[in-house]
Each structure stands twice: as C-alpha cells, then as structure tokens.
Design a protein around this ligand. Structure first.
Ligand code: IVH
Length: 668
C-alpha cells in the first residue's frame, strides 16, 4: 500500500473502530461480531506495522498498552482537584441544605444526586479533541501522568465525538465487580495475593508501569464533571453531563430534585441497594445543579461549598479472633482463616475471615486474641484489615504457621514466588480429594444436583467412593445407607449423575480441576481439541501457542495428563459413559444442535430457569448469548419485568419468546 493510501485507510479504520468501541463499551449495544471487529483491528495493526511513523496517539492500537515505563512523570493540574465534605446521615444533609438556602437567600435549590463511585479520581486533558494526558489526583495539586494506562480504559474516548478545542474532564476510574472477581480468581489460581476490594484493584491497575497489564484489567470510567471547556456554554451541571455524554464519555444517570426529603430517601435507598449495582459505590454525591449558584458559593481551601458526599455507614466492624485455623483447598493451597467472635456486618453475621497467607499474618502482626477490624470486600469472604493494637492486654499469642498439612500430615511446601504453602501430597490428602470432588460436582462443572459437600463427605467417610469417577458406579442400596437419604433423594441423585454424563467437553475438562484451568481456559481447550484424547496427547508446544494459554497453564495441563492415576481416572469416567467428546459426536451435535449459530439476548426474570442455566442450555445447543439487542440478535428470551431490551427487540422486529417456547424449541 502506498503511504498516501495508508494515511487515508488508517483514518477511516480509526474512526470505524472508535465507533464500534463506543457502541460496545459506552452504549452497551454492539453492531458487529467480535470476529468482524478483530478483522478491522488486524488491518489497522498491519498498516501501522508497515508505517510505524503513522501510529497516532488516538489510534485504537494504543488501547492494548504500549511500552512499559520506568516511572510516571508528575503533572501539575491546571485546576486543583478538590475533595468533598462528608455527610454521615440524613441530618447532615438537611443541615447542608439549610445552609445553602441561607447563603443563597432562597428556599428553592435544585440538586443533582449521583453515585459516589468507589474508584480513584482521574483528570483527562483533551486538546483539539484528542486525549493528551490522563492524570491521577495525587495531592490534588500535582498528580502522576498515567496517560498510557488511561488509553487502555476502553470507555474513555481517545478522540472526542464532539468538536471541542479544549476540554478538561474529571471522573472516577473503577473496576466492575465482575472483573474484580475474575481477576482475584486468576490471582488465587496463580498463588498471588488477592486484591482486597475493587478500589484497591483499580488503584493497583492504573498505577501499573506496564500498560499491557493495565489493559488486561478491564478498568472503566464514569466521567462526572468538566472543569474547563471551550466551545460550549453549559449553565447547569446536568447540561455539562449531557455534553460529556455527547462527547463520547460514559456518564451516570442522576436524580434531579429540589425536594430535600426525596433526596434523603434516594440516598438511603441506595445505601440499602448498593449491592445490586455492578460496581462499588461508597456513598452518594449531592451537587447544586445551577453553575451560577455553584460559582456564587465558591470553594473552601479543600472542598466546594456547593456539594457534599453522603457516606454510607461503613461495612467494617471490630471483633476478636478466637483462634486461627488453616483450610486445605482443592489444589493443596493452605489458607489461614480467623475464627471470630460473631459480628453483624453488612446484612449478615460474620464468624470467619480470611487471613490470606503466612506473609499477610506476619506483615499485619495478627495474633490470636487480637481485636481486629474486618471488612466485607466485594464478592470475596470478609477479611481482616488491621489490628486494634490499643486493645491488646498481653494475653494475645503469636500464630505459628504449621509445617505439615493439618489434614494428612504431609509436609507443606512453598514454591518460590508463590504466596501460598501447599500440601505436598496431592494424591491422597483427604482434604484435597474432598475439595476436588466438590469441585467436580459443582454447578459450573458437572452440575450434579443433590451432591453437595455434606453428601460427598459421607460417601468418602463410608468408603463408598475414593474419587469422582466412583460416583458413577454407586448403587441405590449404597446411597440408602447414608444419613438423611431416602428413596426419593437417592433416585434424584442417581438421575442427576446420569444426566451429568452429557455435559459438554468444556465442562468435563473444567471439572477435572487441573491447576490453572478455570472455566474460560477449559472452554478454549475444548474448542481447540474436540476430544479428551486429543487434549491428552497435546504437547506443551501445541498448548502454549494458544492465545489464552500461557507457559504455566500449558505445563500444568501436560503434567496433569502425564500422571498414571489421572489416565486411570479418565478411563473410568469414559467407561461409565461420561461424554469425552468425539469428533463424530461433536460434528453431529453441531449440525443438529437446536440453536446452531443463533444469538440470544436474555431479559427479565424467567419462571424456572435462572440466567446461568438458560445461557448454558443455549450454549449446549450451539447458540450464544449476547448482552444487548441488535439487528444480529435472533431471539430475545423474555421473562417478567423485562426492560429496555424488550422494547428494543420490538422496535427491531426481533422474535421474542418466553421460557415455555424456548424449552419447546430446545427439545424439538
Ligand atoms: S464530584 C469538587 N462526583 O469522590 C469535587 N466526585 O472527595 C468534585 N467521586 O475522589 C467531585 N464519585 O473522585 C464527584 N459522582 C461523583 C463522584 C466523585 C466519586 C470521588 C472523587 C473524589 C471524591 C470526592
């Protein structure tokens, strides 16, 4: 391609990709498939490789993260980043309102109420519509220039959609709860220390010196204000937000009202319902809407007079550590857990909290008998934050980390670079065996209904099973010998075992519990290797070339299949009739599958199936699910209180079905 032509093509691709990024990440409404998107990106990267000097700072290629930095430059903000006064209850809010009324000499003041996102503040500087700098808050005057990392945040536009010569936008970078859970799951599998909460994970990610790492963290941003803008003259905060939205940012829905009672109710409501949101919030922000009024009131040294943060009651509590025990997980990782004097926190009673690993206990100097601050962090179990040293009376005891597995007695080993100690006996350690079978039977794996931890423990204790394959050889009479196992439960369990033989290869691979092979990797492997036999014969080199499979995973898979006892185990599963994928069966299945190639969107509450079950059924029948309705959607599966997706489907004339029809189609 001639350079002249390359310039033109790059510009066109840049715009097209930015358009699709916006549809996907900001509007949540993609129009093209991942495959089509990849093709555009690939073409752009190929041209940029041929003409490296044409790589622009707003090129979508910058989103994947460029060169690692040695350190961040400091950046002096054009306007200081203030913080907010806090209100610790509705009384404080009413007092704030009263003061505003007095200062403005009016009874009526319009406010905007927004979520207070629990992330970290970011200032974004645009010139001629192009993102020039992304800067952390720092001390409010000077922050760190983290532009390379900010470029990887997919819903921050690299170029504005609206022509504004100068813009300084402010907002909050955060990590969605689902991404937080995924990242921590991966970290746990890799033996790395877990992030305490979404905020810490977001902070750790934006301050990464290697932008490629940041790019993989899936950060997002809500933009809530602009400090300096040329080319527009908004009069209210709401208009500023509207302008930001038109410019291509993700903004928040806000509640606008002059009624202080309604505002208080709204804040209290979100205090109680904050867990329903897909991101963490730690309060609500109440701002005067008219910019003229904001200017009139002005700022104090550190915070504006026209806004206040309503802080939710803390989800931390103080309690005493009665003792410390260790738990042995499926992979042998030994996790110390504090047994606590029960304390009520964020809607439930807490009596245990994780202490993560030996280093954590040592760094925080946690002793048995200590009073500690505990907190609920996102989806993970509560954790100990700090020790209340003032409450020590000298009777506290240091905790000595065991050298042997508390369950089987085998020596504990710690691989260099890993935080966890592991039980060295992966073959027979009863704790590992038990956890492995629990995992095998769990919902995302073989989904064996009626086979929970209690039944598994009984089966093991009674010597009826030694491993998960033995489950398929259980007889009804044997089951009837278990506690609380009647005729009906025994029949049900045998039936669930029978149906579980038909799980997809991906589920079976996941169920094996191979270290580092989570659900996602299992799916990838099952796609690349249509049968268990093929996967078993795969070499390290065959595996490591797969995108989602790094050296550690490849090694783990090879070493799993190299073990004699695993071959015997797989053989036993296959003999019992568990689906191990065969080329023929897979092909037949794909062709005949009820929903081959069809895209579904789920909305509302279905009468019997939950979302996960419905998605699994669709996938098993060759279809896929998407988060939003577009022209490419084949069916919308709608239940009760379906919302905007249903309306959209009606507008686009997409076939809408209910659960009953869905199940009929599936069985047809
Ligand atoms: S307005 C003058 N609105 O809360 C201060 N801040 O102490 C303007 N934050 O770290 C801030 N959500 O980054 C505002 N909807 C929201 C917010 C928000 C989160 C953060 C902000 C700052 C802290 C304020």
């Amino acid at each position: 391609m001639e350079e002249q032509q390359a310039v033109q093509r790059l510009e066109a691709l840049k715009q097209e990709i930015a358009h699709h990024d916006r549809l996907y990440y900001v509007m949540d409404n993609p129009e093209i498939s991942d495959y089509q998107y990849d093709q555009l990106m690939r073409e752009l990267l190929a041209i940029e490789e041929q003409y490296p000097h044409l790589v622009a700072e707003d090129s979508p290629s910058q989103r994947v993260g460029g060169e690692a930095l040695k350190q961040f430059d400091s950046y002096t903000h054009r306007n200081p980043l203030l913080s907010l006064m806090n209100a610790y209850g509705t009384d404080d809010l009413r007092e704030f309102h009263q003061k505003i009324c007095n200062d403005l000499g009016r009874e009526e003041v319009e406010y905007v109420v927004e979520y207070k996102i629990d992330g970290l503040s970011i200032a974004l500087y645009y010139e001629d519509g192009v993102l020039k700098n992304g800067v952390t808050r720092g001390d409010g005057i000077t922050g760190e220039d983290v532009t390379a990392n900010v470029r990887t945040v997919k819903n921050i536009p690299l170029r504005l959609q609206k022509s504004l010569p100068v813009l300084e936008a402010r907002g909050e970078v955060y990590l969605p709860k689902a991404s937080f859970a995924r990242i921590n799951e991966q970290r746990e599998q890799n033996g790395e220390t877990l992030f305490a909460n979404c905020r810490n994970a977001a902070a750790g990610s934006i301050r990464q010196l290697d932008p490629k790492v940041t790019a993989q963290r899936d950060l997002r941003a809500f933009i809530y204000t602009m400090m300096h803008v040329e080319g527009a003259e908004p009069e209210t905060h709401s208009q500023c937000v509207e302008l930001l939205k038109e410019a291509g940012f993700t903004t928040m829905e806000a509640f606008v009202s002059s009624d202080i009672d309604a505002i208080c109710d709204y804040c209290v409501y979100w205090g109680e319902h904050r867990h329903d949101l897909p991101f963490d919030i730690d309060g609500m922000v109440i701002k005067i809407n008219a910019l003229k009024d904001q200017q009139m009131l002005g700022n104090r040294a550190k915070n504006p007079r026209w806004a206040i943060a309503y802080k939710f009651p803390p989800e931390q509590g103080v309690t005493r550590i009665k003792d410390i025990a260790v738990q042995v997980g499926r992979t042998g990782a030994v996790t110390p857990v504090a047994n606590l004097e029960p304390v009520f926190l964020a809607g439930s009673t807490i009596s245990r909290a994780t202490l993560h690993n030996e280093d954590f206990i040592r760094e925080k100097d946690i002793r048995i008998g200590d009073y500690v601050v505990i907190q609920k962090a996102g989806e993970v179990i509560p954790e100990v934050v700090s020790v209340v040293t003032e409450k020590r009376n000298g009777s506290e005891q240091d905790y000595v980390f065991p050298q042997n597995c508390p369950v089987c007695g085998a020596a504990l080993i710690r691989v260099e670079g890993e935080a966890a100690w592991r039980c060295s006996d992966s073959m027979t350690c009863p704790a590992q065996v038990r956890e492995g079978i629990i995992h095998f039977a769990s919902r995302d794996a073989m989904n064996i209904e009626g086979l929970g931890p209690a039944v598994i423990t009984q089966l093991l204790d009674a010597g009826l099973i030694q491993n998960a394959a033995d489950l398929y050889y259980l007889q009804k009479e044997q089951l009837l010998t278990l506690d609380r196992m009647g005729e009906k439960s025994a029949d049900n369990l045998l039936n669930s075992l029978q149906t579980s033989k038909q799980r997809s290869l991906a589920q079976v691979v996941y169920a094996l519990g191979i270290r580092l092979v989570g659900q996602n990797v299992a799916k990838v492997l099952a796609r690349k290797f249509p049968t268990m036999g093929a996967l078993r014969s795969a070499s390290y080199d065959d595996l490591v070339v797969i995108d989602e499979v790094g050296p550690k995973i490849a090694e783990s898979v090879v070493s799993y299949f190299a073990q004699e006892r695993h071959s015997a185990f797989l053989l036993k599963l296959a003999d019992a009739g568990v689906f191990m994928g065969s080329d023929e069966i897979v092909e037949q299945q794909q062709e005949k599958a009820a929903f081959a190639g069809k895209t579904f969107v789920l909305t509302g509450t279905l009468p019997t199936l939950d979302r996960r079950e419905a998605s699994a059924l669709i996938e098993q029948a060759g279809g896929k699910t998407s988060g939003s309705v577009s022209k490419k959607t084949d069916y919308v599966l709608a239940g009760e209180s379906a919302g905007s997706k249903l309306t959209k489907a009606q507008e686009l004339g997409i076939t809408i079905i209910d659960e009953e029809t869905f199940l009929q189609m599936l069985n047809a």
